[in-house]
Design a protein. Structure first.
Length: 269
């Protein structure tokens, strides 16, 4: 009776070791099978899988497909392992229910590990589109000094005394406007000098401050030109409107200079 019990136990052990899922444990491993197992254990899964693929081609044994799946699984290549385990289930129709359940368990564990890996890996950062550089518009050209259009022809004095008075009043008003324009130019010049002094103290200016300083300097020269022309015109009108027994011949002539233009009052009394 004891001999019969020992025979039953031995028979059970033989059946378990010869199941398709553990076929690699039954028969002695060849040199190439040992090389594949070693490569998978050392992390060189690609080499191990390649050796198993060669063995599969030479023998058409589906257990090598299962071993490929185990090699991928040992090296955390979850997706490749799932594909090989499913291929093993498709190729080997002779699996028992327990062997098939064992393979399905490996597939489930790989799917869980694959899902956890996808959750821990952050999505790739989305870079914003490149921003085109903002082009700074070129500064507008400085306006040229505006001078009144004064005729160079001789101005004859009025024959009536009321017209002479009107000319004198107009001359005074024009000269006053010219003085105001010159005063504005002086104020702009002082402002420009103040900005230059502040720049020297602060060690430089920004581009906007430099543009403002140049603009003020330009308008200062414009104010000088307009003021000078208005004062000259006022003087001419006042002289022409002055009552006199003789008719003076007065002419206002433009004269170019190094800094721009000026007016010359020329007359004979």
């Amino acid at each position: 009776m004891a001999h019969l019990g020992s025979s039953l136990v031995l028979g059970f052990v033989v059946v378990v070791l010869t199941s398709p899922a553990s076929a690699e444990k039954v028969k002695p491993k060849t040199g190439r099978e040992k090389a594949a197992q070693k490569a998978c254990a050392l992390g060189d899964y690609q080499k191990g899988v390649d050796i198993l693929a060669d063995l599969l081609v030479g023998s058409d044994d589906p257990n090598y497909i299962y071993n490929q799946g185990r090699c991928y699984e040992q090296n955390s290549r979850w997706e490749q392992a799932i594909n090989r385990f499913r291929e093993y289930l498709r190729k080997d129709d002779s699996l028992s229910e327990s062997d098939r359940a064992d393979v399905e368990r490996h597939i489930t564990e790989c799917e869980k590990a694959l899902a956890q890996t996808a959750q821990t890996v952050p999505p790739p950062a989305v870079l914003p589109p490149p921003v085109a550089p903002v082009e700074t518009p070129a500064p507008a050209p400085a306006p040229l000094p505006v001078t009144p259009d004064v005729s160079t022809k001789s101005v004859s004095p009025p024959s009536d005394g009321s017209q002479g008075k009107g000319l004198r009043v107009a001359g005074i008003v024009c000269a006053a406007v010219g003085l105001a324009a010159v005063g504005t130019g002086v104020g702009l010049a002082l402002k420009t000098q103040s900005m230059s002094s502040d720049a020297d103290k602060n060690g430089g200016t920004t581009q906007a401050q430099e543009d403002l300083r140049k603009s003020l300097e330009t308008w200062g020269w414009v104010s000088y030109g307009v003021g000078a022309a208005a004062i000259a015109t006022g003087a001419v009108l006042y002289i022409v409107g002055w009552p006199s027994d003789k008719s003076p011949n007065v002419a206002l002539l433009p004269a170019p200079t190094q800094d721009g233009a000026s007016m010359i009052l020329q007359g004979r009394f």
